[in-house]
Design a protein around this ligand. Sequence first.
Ligand code: E4P
Length: 215
Amino acid sequence: MKIFIDTANIEMIKEISGLGILDGVTTNPSLIAKEKTDLRTCVKKISEIVDGPISAEAMSMDAEGMIKEGRELSLIHENINVKLPMCAEALKATKTLSSEGIDVNVTLIFSPHQALLAAKAGARFVSPFVGRLDDIGQVGSEMLSQTVAVFRNYDIDTEIIAASIRHPVHVLEAAMIGAHIATIPYDILKKMISHPKTDEGIRLFLADHERAKKS
Ligand code: E4P
C-alpha cells in the first residue's frame, strides 16, 4: 500500500519524507487554511520536497470553473493532481481534464456508487472518507471494502485512496481491504512507528550492552 501524508504543513512533510516511506501528499482547503498559506505557494513547496502525486483542490462548483482551475493547478508541477469534490459538475470536469492528461482525485466519496462514477469519468484517484462515515454511525471500512471489491471486479485502474483516517486501526483496515493508498495525518504516522514493547526492548538491550562492557 502506498502511503500519502494528509497535511499542508511543510515541516511535517519534510520530516516524514526524510523517513523514506512517503509516496505522495494530499491537501484540502481546511488543511491549507490551518497553515495560513495559499494553495499555490503551498503545493509548489511540497513539490520541491516530495517526488510523488500531490493533490490540490479546485474551489469552483461548476465544471467550467473546475476545468479552468484544474488546468492552472496542473501547470504548477507535473506531480500535481486536481482534487474535485464529488458532484455532477465534477464528473464533467473530470472527463475533460483526464482527456487532457491532467490527473484528477475525486474527493468526498462516501459510497461505492460515487467511486464507480468518478472512475468511469476518468479519475486517476478516488478518495473514500472512512472516518467521517464512522462519525455518523456508519461503517467507513465497509464502504471502503465494497469500493475495492467493485474496482477489482472490473479491473478498474483508478487508485483508491483511503481518506479521513483517524487512527492506526483505520490504516490497518485499509491495508487488509487492499486500498491502493492510505492518506494519513502526521500524528497517526508517528503512532504507527512506535510500540511500547519496542521502546522497552531497546532500553533493555542498551542496558545489557552497557553491563556486558563493564564485566
Ligand atoms: C483527504 O484527502 C482529506 O484531506 C482528508 O482525509 C479528510 O480527513 P478528515 O475527515 O479527517 O478531515
